[in-house]
Design a protein around this ligand. Sequence first.
Ligand code: GLU
Length: 331
Amino acid sequence: MVQGYVNLNTERNKEWLQEYVDNWVTFFKKQTDTGKVADYIPKLEDADPNALGITIIGKHGTQIRSGDLDIPFSIQSISKVLSFIVACMDRGLTYVLHRVDVEPTGEAFNSIMHLEINNPKRPFNPMVNSGAITISSLLNGKTSDQKLEPIFALLEKMIGYRPELDVEVYESERDTSMRNRAIGYYLLEEGYLESDLGVTLETYFKQCSINITTDDLARIGLVLSNDGFHPDTGEVIIPRNVTRIAKSLMLTCGMYDASGKFAAYVGIPAKSGVSGGILAVVPPRVRDNDLPFLDGCGIGVFGPALDKQGNSIAGIKLLRHIANSWDMSLF
Ligand code: GLU
Protein backbone atom coordinates (compact mmCIF):
# COMPACT_ATOMS: atom_id res chain seq x y z
CA MET A 1 0.00 0.00 0.00
CA VAL A 2 2.66 2.48 1.11
CA GLN A 3 4.98 1.33 -1.71
CA GLY A 4 2.30 1.94 -4.33
CA TYR A 5 1.73 5.44 -3.04
CA VAL A 6 5.47 6.19 -2.99
CA ASN A 7 5.95 4.95 -6.51
CA LEU A 8 3.06 7.06 -7.75
CA ASN A 9 4.68 9.99 -6.03
CA THR A 10 7.96 9.51 -7.87
CA GLU A 11 6.07 9.08 -11.13
CA ARG A 12 3.97 12.17 -10.54
CA ASN A 13 7.06 14.26 -9.91
CA LYS A 14 9.16 12.76 -12.66
CA GLU A 15 9.29 15.92 -14.75
CA TRP A 16 10.28 17.98 -11.76
CA LEU A 17 12.94 15.44 -10.74
CA GLN A 18 14.34 15.40 -14.28
CA GLU A 19 14.61 19.18 -14.35
CA TYR A 20 16.22 19.20 -10.92
CA VAL A 21 18.89 16.70 -11.95
CA ASP A 22 19.49 18.49 -15.30
CA ASN A 23 20.12 21.76 -13.46
CA TRP A 24 22.61 20.21 -11.06
CA VAL A 25 24.44 18.35 -13.82
CA THR A 26 24.88 21.69 -15.61
CA PHE A 27 26.07 23.27 -12.36
CA PHE A 28 28.61 20.56 -11.44
CA LYS A 29 29.84 20.10 -15.01
CA LYS A 30 31.66 23.42 -14.59
CA GLN A 31 33.70 21.84 -11.81
CA THR A 32 35.12 19.11 -14.05
CA ASP A 33 37.90 21.61 -14.84
CA THR A 34 39.26 21.25 -11.31
CA GLY A 35 40.02 17.53 -11.75
CA LYS A 36 42.37 15.46 -13.89
CA VAL A 37 41.78 12.41 -16.08
CA ALA A 38 43.79 9.32 -15.01
CA ASP A 39 46.91 8.91 -17.14
CA TYR A 40 48.82 6.09 -15.46
CA ILE A 41 46.88 3.79 -17.81
CA PRO A 42 47.73 5.72 -21.01
CA LYS A 43 44.52 4.85 -22.87
CA LEU A 44 42.35 6.42 -20.15
CA GLU A 45 43.77 9.83 -21.08
CA ASP A 46 41.61 9.83 -24.22
CA ALA A 47 38.47 10.50 -22.15
CA ASP A 48 36.73 13.89 -22.34
CA PRO A 49 37.63 15.58 -19.02
CA ASN A 50 34.48 17.72 -19.12
CA ALA A 51 32.02 14.84 -19.51
CA LEU A 52 29.48 14.37 -16.73
CA GLY A 53 26.45 12.10 -16.82
CA ILE A 54 24.09 10.34 -14.43
CA THR A 55 21.39 7.66 -14.64
CA ILE A 56 18.99 6.84 -11.79
CA ILE A 57 16.71 3.80 -12.14
CA GLY A 58 13.99 2.98 -9.61
CA LYS A 59 12.44 -0.33 -8.70
CA HIS A 60 9.35 0.25 -10.82
CA GLY A 61 11.27 1.36 -13.88
CA THR A 62 11.33 5.15 -13.34
CA GLN A 63 14.46 6.54 -14.98
CA ILE A 64 16.11 9.91 -14.67
CA ARG A 65 18.95 10.30 -17.18
CA SER A 66 20.96 13.47 -17.57
CA GLY A 67 24.17 14.91 -19.00
CA ASP A 68 26.67 13.05 -21.14
CA LEU A 69 25.05 9.65 -21.55
CA ASP A 70 25.68 6.59 -23.70
CA ILE A 71 29.45 7.09 -23.58
CA PRO A 72 30.97 3.64 -22.95
CA PHE A 73 33.85 3.66 -20.47
CA SER A 74 35.90 0.90 -18.87
CA ILE A 75 34.47 -0.32 -15.59
CA GLN A 76 37.90 -0.39 -13.84
CA SER A 77 37.69 -0.84 -10.06
CA ILE A 78 33.91 -1.14 -10.08
CA SER A 79 34.54 -4.66 -11.48
CA LYS A 80 35.92 -5.56 -8.03
CA VAL A 81 32.36 -5.67 -6.69
CA LEU A 82 31.37 -8.13 -9.43
CA SER A 83 34.41 -10.38 -9.16
CA PHE A 84 33.93 -10.54 -5.39
CA ILE A 85 30.27 -11.55 -5.86
CA VAL A 86 31.15 -14.20 -8.45
CA ALA A 87 33.96 -15.63 -6.31
CA CYS A 88 31.60 -15.88 -3.31
CA MET A 89 28.91 -17.56 -5.40
CA ASP A 90 31.40 -20.06 -6.85
CA ARG A 91 33.69 -20.74 -3.90
CA GLY A 92 31.50 -19.86 -0.91
CA LEU A 93 31.64 -16.80 1.32
CA THR A 94 33.69 -18.43 4.09
CA TYR A 95 36.36 -19.66 1.69
CA VAL A 96 36.73 -16.23 0.07
CA LEU A 97 36.75 -14.26 3.34
CA HIS A 98 39.42 -16.54 4.70
CA ARG A 99 41.72 -15.27 1.95
CA VAL A 100 40.69 -11.61 1.79
CA ASP A 101 39.66 -9.59 4.85
CA VAL A 102 36.91 -6.95 5.08
CA GLU A 103 38.81 -4.08 6.76
CA PRO A 104 39.26 -0.60 5.22
CA THR A 105 42.88 0.41 4.62
CA GLY A 106 42.67 4.22 4.60
CA GLU A 107 45.38 4.05 1.95
CA ALA A 108 45.61 4.32 -1.83
CA PHE A 109 43.96 1.49 -3.79
CA ASN A 110 47.28 0.23 -5.17
CA SER A 111 49.28 0.44 -1.95
CA ILE A 112 51.62 -2.40 -1.06
CA MET A 113 52.39 -1.07 2.41
CA HIS A 114 49.36 -2.55 4.14
CA LEU A 115 50.32 -6.02 2.92
CA GLU A 116 53.68 -5.66 4.61
CA ILE A 117 52.36 -4.49 7.98
CA ASN A 118 49.41 -6.86 8.29
CA ASN A 119 49.91 -10.14 10.07
CA PRO A 120 48.97 -12.59 8.60
CA LYS A 121 49.75 -10.70 5.39
CA ARG A 122 46.23 -11.18 4.10
CA PRO A 123 44.90 -8.45 1.76
CA PHE A 124 42.73 -6.01 3.72
CA ASN A 125 39.66 -6.10 1.47
CA PRO A 126 38.49 -7.01 -2.06
CA MET A 127 38.12 -3.33 -3.11
CA VAL A 128 41.86 -2.58 -3.08
CA ASN A 129 44.11 -4.01 -5.79
CA SER A 130 45.83 -6.63 -3.61
CA GLY A 131 42.44 -8.02 -2.55
CA ALA A 132 40.97 -7.84 -6.05
CA ILE A 133 43.98 -9.59 -7.61
CA THR A 134 43.65 -12.34 -5.00
CA ILE A 135 39.94 -12.62 -5.85
CA SER A 136 40.77 -12.89 -9.59
CA SER A 137 43.00 -15.84 -8.74
CA LEU A 138 40.11 -17.56 -6.91
CA LEU A 139 37.75 -17.44 -9.90
CA ASN A 140 37.18 -20.88 -11.44
CA GLY A 141 38.93 -21.67 -14.72
CA LYS A 142 42.40 -22.17 -16.13
CA THR A 143 42.45 -19.30 -18.63
CA SER A 144 41.51 -15.66 -18.13
CA ASP A 145 38.56 -16.05 -20.50
CA GLN A 146 37.22 -19.00 -18.49
CA LYS A 147 37.61 -17.02 -15.28
CA LEU A 148 35.84 -14.01 -16.76
CA GLU A 149 32.90 -15.96 -18.17
CA PRO A 150 30.79 -15.89 -14.95
CA ILE A 151 31.46 -12.15 -14.58
CA PHE A 152 30.13 -11.56 -18.10
CA ALA A 153 27.19 -13.91 -17.39
CA LEU A 154 26.31 -12.03 -14.19
CA LEU A 155 26.59 -8.68 -15.96
CA GLU A 156 24.37 -9.92 -18.78
CA LYS A 157 21.69 -10.92 -16.26
CA MET A 158 21.94 -7.56 -14.53
CA ILE A 159 22.05 -5.18 -17.50
CA GLY A 160 20.27 -7.20 -20.19
CA TYR A 161 23.10 -7.56 -22.71
CA ARG A 162 26.65 -8.87 -22.85
CA PRO A 163 29.11 -6.00 -22.56
CA GLU A 164 32.36 -5.90 -24.52
CA LEU A 165 35.98 -5.79 -23.54
CA ASP A 166 37.85 -2.62 -24.55
CA VAL A 167 40.91 -4.33 -25.94
CA GLU A 168 42.91 -1.10 -26.24
CA VAL A 169 42.35 -0.25 -22.56
CA TYR A 170 43.26 -3.82 -21.60
CA GLU A 171 46.52 -3.74 -23.60
CA SER A 172 47.33 -0.28 -22.30
CA GLU A 173 47.08 -1.45 -18.69
CA ARG A 174 48.76 -4.80 -19.34
CA ASP A 175 51.78 -3.08 -20.88
CA THR A 176 52.25 -0.46 -18.16
CA SER A 177 50.99 -1.84 -14.86
CA MET A 178 54.25 -2.52 -13.05
CA ARG A 179 52.77 -1.81 -9.63
CA ASN A 180 50.02 -4.40 -10.05
CA ARG A 181 52.68 -6.89 -11.12
CA ALA A 182 54.63 -6.05 -7.97
CA ILE A 183 51.49 -6.65 -5.88
CA GLY A 184 50.97 -9.93 -7.76
CA TYR A 185 54.51 -11.15 -7.00
CA TYR A 186 54.09 -10.19 -3.38
CA LEU A 187 50.84 -12.16 -3.12
CA LEU A 188 52.48 -15.09 -4.89
CA GLU A 189 55.32 -15.15 -2.37
CA GLU A 190 52.85 -15.03 0.53
CA GLY A 191 50.85 -17.91 -0.92
CA TYR A 192 47.60 -16.05 -1.57
CA LEU A 193 47.25 -16.75 -5.29
CA GLU A 194 45.40 -19.89 -6.35
CA SER A 195 46.14 -19.50 -10.07
CA ASP A 196 49.16 -18.86 -12.20
CA LEU A 197 50.30 -15.23 -11.69
CA GLY A 198 50.19 -14.42 -15.44
CA VAL A 199 46.63 -15.72 -15.80
CA THR A 200 45.56 -13.95 -12.60
CA LEU A 201 46.86 -10.56 -13.75
CA GLU A 202 45.45 -11.06 -17.25
CA THR A 203 42.05 -11.76 -15.65
CA TYR A 204 42.31 -8.69 -13.44
CA PHE A 205 43.34 -6.35 -16.28
CA LYS A 206 40.58 -7.71 -18.52
CA GLN A 207 37.83 -7.43 -15.90
CA CYS A 208 38.84 -3.77 -15.42
CA SER A 209 38.55 -3.18 -19.19
CA ILE A 210 34.90 -4.22 -19.64
CA ASN A 211 32.96 -1.36 -21.21
CA ILE A 212 29.79 -0.12 -19.53
CA THR A 213 27.61 3.03 -19.41
CA THR A 214 25.87 4.98 -16.65
CA ASP A 215 22.63 3.11 -17.52
CA ASP A 216 24.41 -0.21 -16.92
CA LEU A 217 25.77 0.97 -13.57
CA ALA A 218 22.31 2.12 -12.50
CA ARG A 219 20.88 -1.32 -13.36
CA ILE A 220 23.63 -3.07 -11.40
CA GLY A 221 22.92 -0.73 -8.48
CA LEU A 222 19.21 -1.49 -8.67
CA VAL A 223 19.80 -5.26 -8.42
CA LEU A 224 22.07 -4.72 -5.40
CA SER A 225 19.48 -2.40 -3.86
CA ASN A 226 17.01 -5.27 -4.19
CA ASP A 227 19.38 -7.72 -2.43
CA GLY A 228 20.13 -9.60 -5.66
CA PHE A 229 16.56 -9.77 -6.97
CA HIS A 230 16.14 -8.37 -10.49
CA PRO A 231 12.87 -6.42 -10.59
CA ASP A 232 12.54 -6.71 -14.40
CA THR A 233 13.10 -10.45 -14.76
CA GLY A 234 11.80 -11.52 -11.34
CA GLU A 235 14.91 -13.65 -10.86
CA VAL A 236 17.13 -13.85 -7.79
CA ILE A 237 20.56 -13.61 -9.38
CA ILE A 238 22.73 -13.10 -6.28
CA PRO A 239 22.15 -14.63 -2.82
CA ARG A 240 21.23 -12.09 -0.17
CA ASN A 241 24.14 -12.94 2.16
CA VAL A 242 26.56 -12.15 -0.68
CA THR A 243 24.91 -8.82 -1.62
CA ARG A 244 24.90 -7.86 2.04
CA ILE A 245 28.69 -8.21 2.36
CA ALA A 246 29.29 -6.64 -1.07
CA LYS A 247 27.30 -3.56 -0.05
CA SER A 248 29.08 -3.36 3.33
CA LEU A 249 32.40 -3.42 1.50
CA MET A 250 31.22 -0.69 -0.86
CA LEU A 251 30.14 1.46 2.09
CA THR A 252 33.37 1.02 4.06
CA CYS A 253 35.98 0.66 1.28
CA GLY A 254 34.36 1.61 -2.06
CA MET A 255 35.50 5.21 -2.55
CA TYR A 256 39.25 4.80 -2.13
CA ASP A 257 40.77 6.66 0.80
CA ALA A 258 37.74 8.97 0.85
CA SER A 259 35.44 6.07 1.83
CA GLY A 260 34.99 7.24 5.43
CA LYS A 261 34.01 10.74 4.34
CA PHE A 262 31.64 9.41 1.69
CA ALA A 263 29.99 7.11 4.24
CA ALA A 264 29.66 9.99 6.71
CA TYR A 265 28.44 12.68 4.32
CA VAL A 266 26.51 10.63 1.75
CA GLY A 267 25.83 7.36 3.55
CA ILE A 268 25.13 4.97 0.68
CA PRO A 269 27.15 2.00 -0.64
CA ALA A 270 29.15 3.10 -3.69
CA LYS A 271 32.17 2.03 -5.71
CA SER A 272 34.20 4.23 -8.00
CA GLY A 273 36.79 3.53 -10.68
CA VAL A 274 39.69 5.48 -12.18
CA SER A 275 37.91 5.88 -15.51
CA GLY A 276 35.47 8.17 -13.67
CA GLY A 277 32.53 5.84 -13.07
CA ILE A 278 30.61 5.54 -9.79
CA LEU A 279 28.15 2.77 -8.97
CA ALA A 280 25.79 3.74 -6.14
CA VAL A 281 23.17 1.68 -4.36
CA VAL A 282 20.21 3.32 -2.62
CA PRO A 283 18.37 0.81 -0.45
CA PRO A 284 14.62 1.12 0.22
CA ARG A 285 14.03 3.39 3.19
CA VAL A 286 11.23 4.47 5.51
CA ARG A 287 10.89 8.26 5.35
CA ASP A 288 8.59 11.09 4.45
CA ASN A 289 6.33 10.07 1.57
CA ASP A 290 7.32 13.12 -0.48
CA LEU A 291 10.83 11.83 -1.08
CA PRO A 292 11.60 10.25 -4.45
CA PHE A 293 12.79 6.66 -4.92
CA LEU A 294 11.74 5.48 -1.47
CA ASP A 295 11.63 1.92 -2.83
CA GLY A 296 15.36 2.17 -3.55
CA CYS A 297 17.22 2.76 -6.79
CA GLY A 298 20.50 2.25 -8.58
CA ILE A 299 22.63 5.21 -9.65
CA GLY A 300 25.37 5.30 -12.28
CA VAL A 301 27.63 8.33 -12.66
CA PHE A 302 30.38 9.11 -15.17
CA GLY A 303 32.84 11.99 -15.01
CA PRO A 304 36.45 11.14 -16.00
CA ALA A 305 38.12 14.16 -14.33
CA LEU A 306 39.25 12.81 -10.94
CA ASP A 307 40.10 14.29 -7.56
CA LYS A 308 43.26 13.45 -5.59
CA GLN A 309 41.81 10.21 -4.23
CA GLY A 310 40.83 8.98 -7.70
CA ASN A 311 37.08 9.65 -7.46
CA SER A 312 35.20 11.56 -10.17
CA ILE A 313 35.56 15.15 -8.94
CA ALA A 314 32.24 16.45 -10.27
CA GLY A 315 30.51 13.05 -10.10
CA ILE A 316 31.03 12.68 -6.37
CA LYS A 317 29.69 16.21 -5.75
CA LEU A 318 26.67 15.60 -7.96
CA LEU A 319 25.94 12.30 -6.23
CA ARG A 320 26.36 13.83 -2.80
CA HIS A 321 24.08 16.71 -3.63
CA ILE A 322 21.26 14.53 -4.99
CA ALA A 323 21.58 11.90 -2.24
CA ASN A 324 21.43 14.59 0.44
CA SER A 325 18.53 16.47 -1.17
CA TRP A 326 16.48 13.31 -1.48
CA ASP A 327 17.58 11.96 1.93
CA MET A 328 18.98 8.75 0.49
CA SER A 329 21.40 8.02 3.34
CA LEU A 330 21.15 4.69 5.12
CA PHE A 331 21.37 6.44 8.48
N1 GLU B 1 42.77 -1.24 -13.42
C1 GLU B 1 43.03 -0.24 -12.45
C2 GLU B 1 44.27 -0.53 -11.65
O1 GLU B 1 44.45 -1.58 -11.18
C3 GLU B 1 41.84 -0.11 -11.58
C4 GLU B 1 42.01 0.99 -10.59
C5 GLU B 1 40.76 1.64 -10.14
O2 GLU B 1 39.82 1.85 -10.91
O3 GLU B 1 40.72 1.97 -8.96
O4 GLU B 1 45.10 0.31 -11.47
